[in-house]
Design a protein around this ligand. Structure first.
Ligand SMILES: Cc1cc2nc3c(=O)[nH]c(=O)nc-3n(C[C@H](O)[C@H](O)[C@H](O)COP(=O)(O)OP(=O)(O)OC[C@H]3O[C@@H](n4cnc5c(N)ncnc54)[C@H](O)[C@@H]3O)c2cc1C
Ligand SMILES: NC(=O)c1ccc[n+]([C@@H]2O[C@H](COP(=O)([O-])OP(=O)(O)OC[C@H]3O[C@@H](n4cnc5c(N)ncnc54)[C@H](O)[C@@H]3O)[C@@H](O)[C@H]2O)c1
Length: 452
């Protein structure tokens, strides 16, 4: 039986990061992947959604730029580019790449079969290692809806079917109105589908600042997306070649497909961890600040349930790898940016005003309307929209949170992320010199409005 320095289970962005770091440090590593090296992110999540969302966004941007008219969308060519970007669901080159770096690569489902040292089986092979890193990601939740399991699989899409779609459905019922629901809902709508979003809670994007919900709700009204808040789907049933959905308010609608966007759960069931005495929790594998589950056992990414983003999976991969290499590193999640790549983009970082108040912080907030105070929105579009919000701690004189709604917010939210993480004094931020004309100038406007 081969004994290794480390075994990585799951080769999404988290597993890839830790594997690469350990291989670069000359460690003997085995990687095990049951589907595709690159994980959910590369084939069915981040990459295809951003590829699919960009052309409809560019079309609207063109329509809103002076002197341009709305270009046509060419679905077959977009589909072809999407297929190229998801590598035609073929990871041969990725497998080869890791083998070239000296890794043992196994394609199959890993499960724990022993401990002291940790023993992992894949197919007929058993391996032991000093360290095992669990990076098995997450999967879409299936909400408990009457009739859902009796529907034809082609009528019920998770992110996998939605991101690999070959034809645009005429209509879609999206269940869940946070990141997945907003991104997929807007994409399908802009491609011509009649989209209805049903959101259980009272707001869309319900983990973010309530103002963001108002702003995206207004955008959806412009887009013609129908949104039902505080509503659930009571039942679904086959209806001709589509689906008849009955909502708990009694409304009924006929749609071609149902898209599940009601959350994700860590994917740890198949690992057999219970059999080797490791407790798993529904919310994810419990880890300490160093991403350690038990001595020699580490977990990173969506499998931990800490914060389901690729940049967090990669960060935890760097933290776990550095700890395996002996560096003694602790993760800090104070300023993780959260972006929804809708148009306009939705971004948040740090605490919402409510979270700050709940933590007993003497909270001060301010909001800047971008077109009302800046040149950049007007040089960018003829009918601009956008907002920046700040959450500050009056006592310490620093920002603790920020949120934004506007073009490229995914990029300029990082100014706030750094300010929050580095605890830069508001006075220093007020003395900064942002490039003219940029969206970053909005920080000065909002900072000046803070009643510190
Ligand atoms: C539609 C959608 C869009 C998203 N867009 C973004 C975005 O724009 N930006 C962002 O930051 N995040 C985004 N996310 C979230 C992001 O996809 C995840 O946070 C990220 O993929 C987590 O990486 P990971 O390495 O933990 O797991 P994953 O990417 O899920 O990879 C885990 C891998 O483990 C493998 N595996 C599982 N069990 C086993 C086993 N027993 N043995 C062997 N292999 C196993 C799986 O096959 C998979 O390849 C999006 C999610 C969705 C659903
Ligand atoms: N751009 C990005 O970074 C990006 C994009 C997509 C997904 N993600 C990540 O993937 C994860 C999953 O995203 P998600 O949007 O599926 O889940 P989520 O947990 O963020 O949100 C699910 C939403 O569905 C609602 N909901 C739950 N059950 C429902 C039901 N039965 N009926 C109606 N509504 C219901 C919830 O109130 C919630 O608002 C998140 O952690 C997210 O951060 C990130």
């Amino acid at each position: 039986m081969e004994h290794l320095d480390a075994i990585i289970i799951g080769m999404g962005p988290g597993g890839e990061t830790v594997a690469s770091r350990l291989l670069e440090a000359g460690r003997r590593v085995a990687v095990i992947e049951r589907e595709l090296v690159g994980g959910e992110c590369a084939y069915y999540a981040c990459v295809p959604t951003k590829v699919l969302l960009r052309p409809p966004e560019a079309r609207e941007e063109a329509a809103g730029a002076a002197g341009l008219s709305r270009p046509d969308l060419d679905w077959p060519r977009l589909r072809e580019y999407r297929d190229q970007m998801i590598r035609h669901l073929d990871d041969t080159k990725q497998v080869q790449g890791y083998e070239d770096q000296g890794a043992l690569v196994f394609k199959g489902e890993a499960r724990f079969v022993g401990r002291d040292p940790w023993r992992v089986a894949v197919g007929d092979t058993e391996l032991t290692a000093e360290h095992v890193v669990v990076a098995t990601g997450s999967e879409a939740v299936r909400p408990p809806i009457d009739g859902l399991d009796s529907l034809d699989a082609s009528r019920v899409w998770t992110n996998r079917e939605a991101t690999t779609l070959t034809e645009i459905p005429r209509s879609a019922l999206v269940i869940g109105g946070s990141a997945v629901g907003v991104e997929l809902g807007q994409f399908l709508s802009r491609m011509g589908a009649a989209v209805t979003i049903v959101q259980r809670g009272p707001r869309l994007v319900d983990r973010e600042e309530p103002r963001l919900c108002e702003l995206i709700s207004d955008q959806f009204a412009r887009d013609g997306v129908s949104v039902h808040l505080g509503t659930q789907v009571a039942s679904v049933a086959r209806d001709g070649d589509g689906v008849l959905a009955t909502l708990d308010n009694g409304d009924r609608l006929h749609v071609e497909v149902v898209v599940l966007a009601s959350g994700r759960r860590p994917r740890t069931d198949a690992l057999g961890l219970g059999a080797v005495g490791v407790e798993t929790e529904r919310a994810g594998l419990p880890v300490d600040g160093r991403c350690r589950v038990e001595p020699g056992l580490w977990a990173i990414g969506d499998a931990t349930g800490v914060s389901m983003f690729t940049h967090v999976a990669k960060y935890q991969g760097r933290v776990a790898a550095d700890n395996i290499l002996g560096a003694g590193r602790t993760a800090d999640y104070t300023a993780v940016p959260r972006v929804i790549f809708s148009q306009p983009e939705i971004a948040g970082v740090g605490l919402t005003s409510r979270q700050a108040a709940e933590q007993g912080i003497d909270t001060v907030t301010a909001e800047a309307d971008l077109p009302g105070s800046l040149a950049r929105p007007w040089t960018y579009a003829t009918d601009p929209r956008g907002t920046l919000g700040l959450v500050a701690d009056r006592g310490r004189g620093v920002l603790v949170g920020a949120w934004a709604f506007g073009p490229l917010a995914s990029e300029w939210i990082h100014t706030a992320a750094l300010a929050i993480r580095a605890e830069l004094p508001v006075a220093t931020l007020l003395d900064s010199i942002p490039q003219f004309p940029t969206f970053n100038e909005a920080y000065l406007i909002a900072l000046e409005k803070l009643d510190m």
